[in-house]
Design a protein around this ligand. Sequence first.
Ligand code: COA
Ligand code: ZN
Length: 314
Amino acid sequence: MTAELPDILIQEVAPRDGLQIEPQWIETDDKVRLIDSLSAVGFRRIEVSSFVSSKAVPALRDAGEVFASIRRRPGTIYTALIPNRKGAELALAARADELNFVMSASETHNRANMNMTHDRSLASLAEIVEPACTAGALVNATIATAFGCPFEGVQPSGKVLDIVKRYLDLGADGITLADTTGMANPNQVSRLVAEVLTVLPSDKLTLHFHNTRGLGLVNVLAAYDSGARRFDAALGGLGGCPFAPGATGNVCTEDLVNLCHEIGLRTGLDLDRLIDLSKRLPALVGHDVPGQVAKAGRPLDLHPIPERLQQHPA
Ligand code: COA
Ligand code: ZN
């Protein structure tokens, strides 16, 4: 790797995955301020919002206004999640740099989340690639519940691989494997990532883990060891799918950045600035957030030696 390129690419999804599940309305200006602050930290990709039914996800019903108001940092790709052609049209009108199309590996979760069968979702993807290309936008395609579905259980890797191939045939530029409700384990992750990397180069594959069962960071490491280099994460560990029972937050960005730096992987991101931003989240969302490093401090933020020990050194 050259000096400028990070060893691992961390893509920030808090404005979309993080805020979609928040019950309290967050003002458009506050969303824009959060995204502008994340841009200033230097993320190469930020998922800004989603163009979905406002009945399904009322928390993000201001996606168009948010896109119109953010300050775009040159070099950063601003992504919009979309489920169908209407979402693609709205996202392209809002000048999203990338459309993130989502379908679940599990038909049951796809119906719960998108009210669509696989055939209908794939027909939508087929319709959106050309208008995206004409507009100069990228198309990423996500496989939700790729490691397990809260209704159907584990999804066979052959099924996931078939969807990867369909996505590529339909013209997707990149693919995300999403562990929507934190059901993945490191052994499963190693196997699936290795399989998918036989049909897709690592710069086109993103892993999207939720920390629902505390396995988020070990799954990232397992994926990294199997050759994955792009990961989604959310500031403060916010996040969750409103249509998956028991869903909780994404892998926490600053916890992941801390892990990477501790083991010598360059992220190109400034941990101190992320911690400062994360500390502002409880005021924004109205509750504590799961991230741990922002609470504990960096490992070498040392504490004063207790006075008692200073007076009587060993
Ligand atoms: N953006 C905004 N509005 C949309 C839309 C989109 N992408 N797609 C459809 N709509 C509107 C329709 O215009 C219609 O509006 P109306 O009631 O005012 O006429 C309404 O939503 C229903 O449209 P329909 O095509 O019948 O969709 P549906 O009710 O079957 O819902 C989805 C399908 C995909 C729109 C809906 O399930 C959805 O938005 N899901 C997203 C869930 C999500 O974001 N999950 C978390 C991220 S993975
Ligand atoms: Zn998610």
